[in-house]
Design a protein around this ligand. Structure first.
Ligand code: F6R
Length: 236
């Protein structure tokens, strides 16, 4: 595990973008696992800037996102597909056909989970998975208490996650109650993991996850045993 302290959010974003950019330069057809939320926004902005300068080419790159809300269509501004298009894909030369986000409105959500697992396999696995961390230690939408062995599955969101995400919605009641998420097993199978955490409010959970007991009560704690984990944090 490599743990890097960033000077500030801009520095964290540059460092994370550097690692992603190095991955794409070394393997242009890399499979990038991507995350949504506030933390990676600066990383995506930085990647767009370097793309505009001609430093990165995403034409062969494939992406696979961690999660999506159940019930939100891709054109819903709160959906994670919308977030990814808006914050990254619309601004770089990636082929949208090579970008993957779980379908939150699939008629059969169990079948969608199986499709997503098969997709990860057919892409040859994930080369580099970007992760944020929730205040309760969730990664993707793997909430505390869930089995580490899970692949893509449907989750009922915990109260603290609904509260944390209410800031993006009109009110807490509008936050969907369920999501589809890659499981911990799928995440742990990625060749490299990059966890980013920003803000004083993440310090406690990051310390518990990285240096405490490995327990399903703190889903991110399993990351300690991944052979290639990089953590970049800034608690300013
Ligand atoms: C998003 C995701 C979540 C977030 C986490 C942190 O795709 O998988 O696990 O990474 O909730 O979110 P922020 O970055 O908003 O603090």
């Amino acid at each position: 595990m490599k743990v890097i302290e960033a000077k500030n959010y801009a520095d964290l974003s540059r460092k994370a973008a550097n690692i992603i950019s190095a991955q794409v330069i070394l393997k242009p057809d890399a499979v990038l696992g991507l995350a949504t939320g506030s933390t990676p926004v600066g990383t995506y902005k930085q990647l767009i800037e370097w793309y505009n300068k001609g430093d990165i080419d995403f034409s062969l790159t494939k992406t696979i996102n961690l999660d999506e809300y159940v019930g939100l269509t891709p054109d819903n501004e709160q959906s994670y597909r919308y977030f990814m298009n808006h914050n990254l894909f619309d601004h770089i030369n990636i082929d949208k056909k090579n970008t993957n986000v779980p379908n939150g409105t699939a008629p059969d959500m169990e079948a969608e989970c199986l499709r997503y697992d098969a997709l990860i396999k057919s892409l040859g696995g994930i080369d580099l998975q970007l992760l944020g961390i929730g205040h309760n230690g969730h990664i993707g939408f793997n909430e505390p208490g869930q089995a580490f062995e899970k692949t893509t599955h449907i989750v009922t969101l915990g109260e603290s996650t609904i509260e944390a995400n209410a800031r993006f919605f009109g009110s807490k009641d509008e936050v969907p109650k369920q999501a589809i998420t890659m499981g911990i097993k799928s995440i742990m199978q990625a060749k490299k993991l990059l966890l980013i955490a920003n803000g004083r409010d993440k310090e406690d959970i990051v310390n518990k996850a990285l240096y405490g007991a490995v327990t399903p009560a703190i889903p991110a704690s399993i990351l300690q045993i991944h052979p290639d984990l990089t953590v970049i944090y800034c608690y300013e």
